[in-house]
Every structure is written in structure tokens, then in C-alpha cells.
Ligand binder design. Sequence first.
Ligand SMILES: [Fe+2]
Length: 225
Amino acid sequence: MARAMNDKSRLLSEEALTKYRIELLVKGTVVIGPQMLFTQDELAKIDQLQTEIPEEEVREGDAGDSHNVFVKRVRVDPPGRAPSNVSGAAPGQIMELLERKDRSFALRKILGATSDYVIRRCQTHRMPPGSFVGIHLDAASDPDFEYAVIVQLARDFEGGEFVVYPSGYEHQVFRPPFGAVLVTTCKLRHEVKPVLSGERRSLVYFCSKRSGANRRIIENSTAGV
Ligand SMILES: [Fe+2]
């Protein structure tokens, strides 16, 4: 573990963090290579912990968008209430791992913040063949979501590309490899294309500078992704 931590701090030099920061600022989305924010051991730990969390199938997003994805909730952010970890040991342990000091420090640099970010919502997504996440805006779930952080947990799958639609620019297609972390602003519409074969799995969390109640106004009740 000590060696892995050393490797990580070497890779996440000031120079690398600045490079990611600039790319995120300019493009709205950046992919951080494998082994930079999460070691192999940490990914294995997340994978092991998530097996203890019950799974639900979600077919409708917060904005009424169409989805077909299996979700395990780690931290929830219901409208009108403050975010909270789901009960049980595994969600708390996953959150602890995500919030480790060196990772929070690196992420804060990439997000360009002078103060700490909080994780308002966290969940895993499992997408077998045919699964997809329709075009949506993360800010529809919580207007205070600023950045989504997506950790790739699976190796062998086809399809499932992450497509971002910046306004006024051509769309961007991302295929982050196992262990890579995609960071995107919650102000851009995006989707996950249907998975064609294998299984796409990821851990997704949403960062914000605001820790109070979710200020989303609910027009009608939805299951939400
Ligand atoms: Fe999203």
C-alpha cells in the first residue's frame, strides 16, 4: 500500500494536476489515466465492498429521461434533504476511501477549487448488453452538482461510450479504460451509449461546494438515476 501511495503522489505532480485542470476548464471533460487517482488495490476494494450493497434497476432519470441501468446507492441526495450515506458498513467504507486526503487534494486541484468539495451523491452503475443512459443533465438531479467523477471498474466490454454534448461545439466521445477517471462538468448534457457486449461497470460521484439540503424542486416524483 505504501508503495502504491508513493507511486500515486509521483504521478500526480503539480504539473500533471495543472494539465488536467486546464483541459477540464477548456473542454468541460477530462480523462485522468489509470493508477493516478485510484490504485489497483483501491479499485479492488471498491469492487469487493459494492457486492454488499443491494441493486435496483433504474429506467427513468431525474429529468424524465430514459435509462436502463442497474444501480447500487452509496450516498443519496434526495430533494429537500441533506445528502447522507446509505446505511450499512459498505457505503461508509466506500465514502471513506473516496474522501482520503491525498485523493481529495488532487481532485480539488483538478476542479480548481480553493475550498473543499463535498460528495453529495455516489452510486455504482452496472450495464449489461443493451443497457444505456439517455441524454441528460446531471444538474437536473441537484442544481448544486458541479462535477461528476466516474471511475471505470470494468475491463472487457464494447459500446457504452460516454458522449458529451457541449453547446456550440461538436460532441465528444470518451472510452476511458479500466481504472481511468472521467471528470465532467454537470452543466453539459451527456449520455452513455448502449453496451454491445460484456458489462460496463462504474462508480459515479457528484461533487459540490455546497453541503446543505438538495435545492432541487420536484415537479413530479421519479425514481431517478
Ligand atoms: Fe450523468
